[in-house]
Design a protein around this ligand. Structure first.
Ligand code: SF4
Ligand code: SF4
Ligand code: SF4
Length: 290
């Protein structure tokens, strides 16, 4: 921890950055911290509770934070994948932020987690992680901890839903999504929901009903899942932000599996690797591309 604190203090003192975005103790576990003075860096913590994807604070939609000046952001490998996605899509410039990577031993499902990391409390995304020691950051701190345990929870849930008949599956999602009040907390929390004007807010034409209604809710969540196909880094911030605990990562997790199976793609830390959405191949076997 001293290594992380000392490095962030130095970055601020040397004027390399104006602000450090990291984690600090909060009333319910750790929470994001925005620190502008070297002494404040003493508040920084990093452990299995560091669940949030702080790259969200670099999003073009968080202009008020960008106004503070160049930021150093404490990142895990999976967060770097979100940064790479934003670079690939020309939403950020590489030199616009300093990435302070931390070697990662996995995180809990919630920032308020406690006790040893096990298959019950570990985040679903950690099981097959290849990014625990990110290579594209500006600084990398800490020793590499033991690999996190694997949770089979989500895979089992996806298999259960896949085994339903189409009518049962439709009824399941209709019921689950009926709880959505369209507060947009999921959209605000996501590091990759970056559109200046979301399709769900457009009124001419109106693509998606904006009031909470089963029909509009289904359209909204289908549109959101497709817009995040091959982009979602499975940070879970959308699901944690949802006041009704709607299992959004089940939807994005399933779409992520499809992207792996059909396109051999999962978001990684190299922005030069083309993503399926945003590229095309004139040799594609399907006619629609020509
Ligand atoms: S997915 Fe990998 S980098 Fe991200 S929290 Fe889990 S172990 Fe760490
Ligand atoms: S859709 Fe959810 S899990 Fe995926 S990147 Fe956005 S906030 Fe993270
Ligand atoms: S945070 Fe939950 S309730 Fe709010 S719009 Fe998203 S899914 Fe719906």
């Amino acid at each position: 921890m001293r290594e992380l604190i000392g490095l962030c203090q130095k970055l601020l003192r040397d004027g390399d950055v104006k602000v450090v975005i990291g984690y600090e103790e909060g009333p319910r576990g750790v929470r994001p911290a925005v620190i502008t003075d070297p002494a404040g860096c003493e508040r920084l913590v990093f452990d299995h509770r560091a669940v949030h994807n702080l790259v969200a604070y670099l999003s073009p939609r968080r202009g008020h934070l960008r106004d503070l000046g160049r930021a150093a952001v404490v990142v895990k490998g999976c967060d770097v994948a979100a940064f790479a996605t934003l670079l690939r899509e020309s939403q950020l410039e590489r030199e616009g932020a300093v990435l302070v990577g931390v070697r990662c031993g996995g995180v809990y499902r919630s920032a308020a987690g406690s006790g040893p990391l096990d298959e019950k409390n570990v985040a679903d995304r950690c099981g097959d992680c290849g990014l625990r020691e990110p290579g594209t950051v500006d600084h990398l701190v800490g020793e590499l901890p033991a690999a996190p345990p694997v949770s089979g929870r989500r895979a089992a849930r996806i298999a259960e839903i896949e085994n339903m008949s189409p009518a049962e599956r439709f009824a399941y999602w209709r019921e689950v999504l009926a709880d959505c009040v369209r507060c947009n907390a999921c959209r605000s929390a996501c590091p990759l929901c970056v559109c200046e004007r979301c399709l769900a807010d457009k009124t001419d034409p109106r693509w998606v009903e904006s009031s909470p209604h089963p029909r509009g809710n289904l359209s909204w969540h289908m549109a959101r899942a497709l817009h995040l196909a091959g982009r979602c880094v499975d940070c879970g911030d959308c699901e944690r932000a949802c006041p009704f605990g709607i299992p959004l990562t089940l939807i994005n997790g399933k779409v992520g599996l499809v992207m792996r199976e059909r396109f051999g793609f999962a978001p990684g830390e190299d922005p030069e690797v083309p993503a399926p959405i945003g590229t095309f191949d004139t040799d594609d076997s399907q006619e629609f591309i020509r």
